[in-house]
Design a protein around this ligand. Sequence first.
Ligand SMILES: Cc1cc2nc3c(=O)[nH]c(=O)nc-3n(C[C@H](O)[C@H](O)[C@H](O)COP(=O)(O)O)c2cc1C
Length: 315
Amino acid sequence: MSPKALNSSASVADLRVSLGDLKLKNPIMTASGTFGYGQEFVPYMNIHRLGAVVVKGISLFPRSGNPPPRIVETPCGMLNAIGLENVGVERFISEKIPALQAINVPVVVNILGDTVQEYSEITKRLADVEGIAAIEVNISCPNVKKGGVAFGSVPKMAEAVTKAVKENISVPVFVKLSPNVTDITEIGRAVEDGGADAVSLINTLIGMAIDHRTRRPVLANVFGGLSGPAIKPVAIRMVNLVAQAVSIPVIGIGGIETTEDVIEFLLAGATAVQLGTANFVNPRASEEAVEGLTQYVIDEKLLSVRELIGGLVLS
Ligand SMILES: Cc1cc2nc3c(=O)[nH]c(=O)nc-3n(C[C@H](O)[C@H](O)[C@H](O)COP(=O)(O)O)c2cc1C
């Protein structure tokens, strides 16, 4: 499409969506851990065209992550065991936020912790910081005080973390659900009860890769999180189930690479989406999805992109 055609179409297509009190100009976001701190992608694309950017998960103290190898390519996807490496909340505030503010795109800060107290502490540190549009809470982390059971796999713990974050900050709070549970709708309802303004799903599916030549696990951590197109059908089903189970907006994540993928997630019930692994293949994937969705809304003569949300036809 010529830039001229795109400009004229962008002015007539209504792509706006709302996630709680957060109003986005379009539903395309980037997924945490796959887009660095945002700044890294500036040379490759027009970040300000995205609905929002979700940054790498931030913890109370810096983390160096797991030893290498930490990533392996798998059929239609990748397995990672980065181990939530990040600069910690203090350096994030002093170094990363100012750079992001210069870009003029809503910034969603993904947070993680080992205890409920830690989630509260990080949130308190972020509460007075300018330039944060929303918080996304990663609950796929092990609760060290409860024997390492992930917060995201026990409804009461998921609700407690949500409450702890909500109590300490005024911007909208999204809670990111793990697919590694028996019933994801139960966790979705629990975080809604805890006050979440939206749920994002899915995080990675736990997997393992073995090198048949060495007879050893490929990842130093043995297990890793599977992402990319391989998980898309699992993610769409879970988005569809959770969208019917809760009344807050759902942010769809999992294997999204193209405009068609975005449309499918919206039809399944997502209000917005995040592109993750796709950024490693094509750093412009999310911007191209904005362009593609704009054109689709025009071509289909939709009054707004919101007409697609939950528009799945079952009969
Ligand atoms: C290398 C890598 C690092 C990730 N780091 C985080 C993280 O820090 N916090 C988080 O909530 N999700 C993290 N994720 C999960 C993604 O945000 C996303 O939920 C998942 O990859 C599924 O989407 P995709 O198939 O589009 O990649 C990470 C994923 C990858 C591949």
